[in-house]
Design a protein. Structure first.
Length: 161
């Protein structure tokens, strides 16, 4: 399934979907990491996971979300980065693949992130909503607490940008 998604990306986004190999240097939170392209630690690239929004560090579920991403991508992990956009902070917004799996989808499946409806427009986003719904129904991750607050709402309420 993940390989089909990657192939669809190359068809739908032929110019921007130029995947490149990298090595994970660090994880900042549940949707942000730093990758060294081709393992070149002298050229770190900030990566924002496309289509997902994880709880902020100071938000309920933030520490667990970060820890889960660290478990999925410990330092030194090899990844394929499929750039889809750039954000206002200069990070590459991307689909991140590791061992044949889309990490973006894994965060949703485990219940450690939401589909970021404002920005998730690619074909796989429809499938990602199903993963989010499944995680909520199974009370995985942040859904264990009942009704968690989405990060974009939490940021607005706390004036964190």
């Amino acid at each position: 399934m993940q390989k089909i998604l990657l192939a669809l990306l190359f068809v739908l986004f032929p110019v921007i979907a130029q995947a490149w190999p990298g090595v994970v240097l660090s994880v900042q939170d549940g949707d942000t990491l730093t990758v060294a392209p081709s393992g070149d630690a002298d050229c770190p690239v900030g990566i924002r996971l496309y289509g997902v929004d994880a709880p902020e560090k100071k938000q309920d579920g933030g520490a667990a979300s970060t820890a889960y991403l660290v478990d999925l991508l410990p330092g030194g992990s090899s990844v394929e980065v499929v750039p889809l956009d750039a954000d206002k902070y200069g990070r590459v917004v991307a689909l991140v693949m590791h061992e044949g799996r889309a990490i973006n989808a894994q965060m949703l499946r485990a219940g450690h992130a939401w589909v970021y409806a404002k920005y998730c427009r690619a074909v796989m986003c429809k499938m990602w909503y199903a993963l989010q719904k499944e995680a909520a129904a199974a009370k995985r991750g942040l859904w264990q607490e009942g009704t968690p607050v989405a990060p974009w709402i939490w940021r607005r309420a706390t004036s964190v940008n």
